[in-house]
Design a binder for this molecule. Structure first.
Ligand code: COA
Length: 363
């Protein structure tokens, strides 16, 4: 038995490959560092859906249909009532998505892709007492998300930064939420059921719930001089440093560099943010040297969540919405994996090793 299924290969996939020793992420044959250079979110959707979800004539056509789906999803925003609004944003998104019909086709997939992108901005605005902003189908997915958040004219640097984020986190091998999506898909339950399982797995702090706490940590540390003492104390109290460590990577997570580059481009010329990046770099260096001494047998490096926190903060997402933004980007991976599993895989049904008491043997 492998606790946590560590190193167990549980699926064959053409979608993405995480090379933990080399620190490389390949998405359908393209290395992440290349992909973020040219791709927008719509390009990655086209790439990941290819051959799995109907026929899409190309990125432009996909963008047009995705825009229409955002408009369709917006009608569901009316279902957000006061009781629902008391929940954290990702829980509200999950509840709203559970109202969508199940299915296996491209239409369902595009509806599910559109759903978190429309629900999250609407929820954030309603929580602030503001009316939701309707989508503009002609905009790109990233630009429309920012427009629905309330940016009258989303600025191109912000759109590029959000696009870079969505592309970077679009897919990542058999992580916990993607595995959850594949388990449900293996029963042929449908795409909506699959991604609902995935979003539930995502919200935990060991997976997609880490970036909010990363920002809390940076705030608590406050200055570079304070980093060493603060980090040592946290580890002495048995805490984990959020934004560090990974099940598969034994070197730096390549997504951290992609997101740091996006952040630097976004924040170029912004003095307040330059200070923030310098603090993050100081914390990163201190944490890496402390972890090296404390865990000599377990290489622990920066993971995706560290610079996610800074990038999403710079884009003015509140920290309790970070997991929801992650869901907007990862939705494409969940859908592609669910479809791949349903088409090519078998029912996922492992066995357990019983360690409980046995019934009394009859004398
Ligand atoms: N801070 C301090 N110690 C850490 C650590 C961290 N961020 N991540 C792992 N470790 C330590 C563990 O305490 C453990 O030490 P031990 O063997 O002395 O008990 C060892 O490294 C192995 O940890 P383990 O929990 O077996 O690794 P995992 O593969 O199950 O965990 C994560 C992977 C991501 C869950 C883990 O690194 C973590 O909790 N990171 C912080 C949360 C985070 O950033 N999540 C986002 C992931 S993208």
């Amino acid at each position: 038995m492998k606790n946590g299924l560590e190193d167990v290969v549980a699926a064959e996939t053409q979608l993405s490959h995480v090379n933990g020793e080399a620190g490389q992420l390949i998405i359908r044959g393209v290395s992440l560092d290349r992909l973020v250079e040219y791709a927008r979110f719509e390009d990655v959707v086209t790439l990941l859906f290819k051959g799995l979800l109907g026929h899409v004539a190309g990125t432009v056509e996909l963008g047009r249909r995705l825009g229409q789906k955002r408009a369709e999803v917006f009608t569901h925003v009316l279902a957000i009532d006061d009781a629902l609004l008391q929940l954290p944003p990702v829980d509200i998104m999950r509840a709203l998505m559970a109202r969508l019909p199940d299915g296996d086709d491209l239409d369902t997939a595009l509806l599910l892709l559109a759903a978190p992108a429309v629900f999250l901005p609407a929820v954030l605005r309603l929580k602030r007492g503001q009316a939701p902003v309707a989508p503009t189908p002609a905009l790109s997915h990233a630009a429309d998300i920012l427009a629905m958040l309330g940016a009258a004219m989303p600025n191109s640097r912000e759109v590029a930064a959000l696009d870079a984020y969505l592309v970077t986190i679009s897919d990542h091998g058999l992580n916990a939420s993607t595995f959850a999506s594949r388990v449900v898909a293996s029963t042929k339950a449908g795409l909506t059921s699959s991604v609902l399982a995935a979003i539930s797995a995502l919200k935990g702090p060991l997976h997609g719930g880490a970036p909010g706490p990363v920002l809390d940590m940076l705030d608590a540390i406050g200055s570079a001089e304070n980093a060493q003492t603060w980090l040592v104390q946290a580890l002495d109290h048995g805490e984990r440093l959020m934004g560090f460590g990974h099940r598969v990577y034994r070197v730096r997570d390549p997504r951290a560099d992609a997101l740091k580059a996006a952040l630097q481009q976004l924040a170029a010329g912004d003095l307040a943010y330059r200070d923030r990046i310098q603090l993050a770099e100081a914390v990163e260096q201190s944490a890496l040297s402390i972890l090296k001494v404390r865990k000599p047998d377990r290489p622990l490096d920066v993971n995706v969540e560290f610079y996610t926190a800074l990038l999403l903060d710079a884009l003015r997402f509140p920290r309790d919405a970070f997991t929801g933004v992650f869901a907007i980007g990862r939705m494409v991976g969940w859908l592609a994996h669910a479809r791949e599993q349903a088409l090519e895989g078998r029912l996922i049904r492992p066995r357990s090793h019983y360690v409980g008491p046995l019934p009394q043997q009859a004398a």
